[in-house]
Write a protein that binds this ligand. Structure first.
Ligand SMILES: Nc1ncnc2c1ncn2[C@@H]1O[C@H](COP(=O)(O)OP(=O)(O)OP(=O)(O)O)[C@@H](O)[C@H]1O
Ligand SMILES: [Mg+2]
Length: 300
């Protein structure tokens, strides 16, 4: 895996994060620094919450400062291999691999980088190499590019975006063999809290990072909150309307029941009136002796 970028774009920081993650998984790791002493690397990474010292103490991580190692690219490669084999490393960081080009002519350095990658692949070692890109020429540092980008399986590129008086870091994957990787440039944020990636926003075709992204995120957050409050208010008002309708439905049901009772009572009263009337008529006929009842019989 190759990490390229301009000076200060966080190449060492990302390799440090890789080493820390590997050690956390219990994979033996070796970190070769051509730039700084091991203690400097560890101290600088602490600033972004990457803690390598516990793994150095436990023996999982071996830090090597190659600044003091002199010799040709060939001899450097031999020493790196020996150290890695001694340490039984499963993960290896070379920071920066472009330093190899300083230790020989371009073609030797190219051959050495190729052999380093072939050896790491054969040994099943995950290799992370950083490479400085000269801001002016756009080439990897040294007399010429190491062509390592064509050998690497994955290539991550870091750059700066200067916008609204700010310089922010952007990270993108240029290639990752055999993987459908993201095509998005993400903002790489370094802080005391650690290393994070943020989605970048585009507005009017322009990419927003840093404060502009923060402002855009704020606006979107407020709009989301307003929409949530509106949604809640609508729900409350619908609940109230539902409650009113339920009360009305209940009152209508009670009214309906009352009408039904009234109807039943009316039917019963009519029936009993009818019965009373026919009884009275029968009694009248009886009294008049129309049907030869007791009164008629008495008169005879
Ligand atoms: N706590 C922090 N908050 C914000 N930025 C930080 C913090 N700690 C370190 N940095 C920044 O991280 C950057 C260093 O990153 P790093 O050393 O990984 O870059 P690099 O690409 O390896 O640089 P070089 O090309 O010099 O090797 C510095 O610019 C530093 O200001
Ligand atoms: Mg560095």
């Amino acid at each position: 895996m190759l990490i390229t970028g301009f000076p200060g774009t966080a190449k060492t920081t990302l390799s440090g994060a890789f080493a820390e993650a590997a050690c956390r998984r219990g994979e033996r790791t070796m970190f070769v620094s051509f730039d700084s002493d091991s203690s400097e690397v560890i101290r600088n990474l602490t600033s972004v919450r990457i803690r390598l010292d516990p793994y150095v103490r436990s023996g999982c991580l071996r830090m090597i400062s190659a600044r003091t190692i002199t010799g040709s690219a060939e001899s450097l490669l031999v020493r790196i291999k020996t150290f890695a084999e001694q340490h039984r490393a499963r993960c290896l960081v070379i920071d920066p691999v472009s330093a190899l080009s300083k230790a020989g002519n371009e073609s030797t350095a190219h051959g050495v980088a190729e052999r380093l990658i072939d050896w790491a692949k054969a040994e099943g070692i995950t290799l992370v190499c950083t490479s400085l890109i000269d801001e002016l020429s756009g080439h990897t540092n040294g007399s010429g590019p190491l062509h390592i980008s064509t050998l690497a399986d994955t290539w991550i590129h870091l750059n700066y975006l200067v916008q609204a008086g700010e310089r922010n870091r952007g990270m993108s994957i240029i290639k990752s063999r055999g993987t459908a990787h993201s095509n998005q440039v993400r903002e790489l944020i370094l802080s005391d809290a650690g290393v994070t990636l943020a989605d970048i926003y585009t507005a009017g075709g322009e990419v927003l990072m840093g404060t502009l992204r923060w402002e855009k995120e704020g606006t979107e957050r407020v709009a989301k909150e307003v929409a949530e409050v509106e949604g809640k208010l609508r729900r409350v008002s619908l609940d109230a309307e539902e409650a009113v309708l339920e009360v009305r439905a209940k009152s209508l049901q009670t009214e309906l029941k009352a009408k039904q009772v009234e109807k039943t009572l009316l039917a019963r009263t009519t029936e009993s009136r009818k019965g009373e009337l026919s009884r009275r008529r029968a009694r009248m006929r009886e009294l008049r002796g129309a049907d030869g009842g007791p009164a008629g019989r008495k008169l005879k």
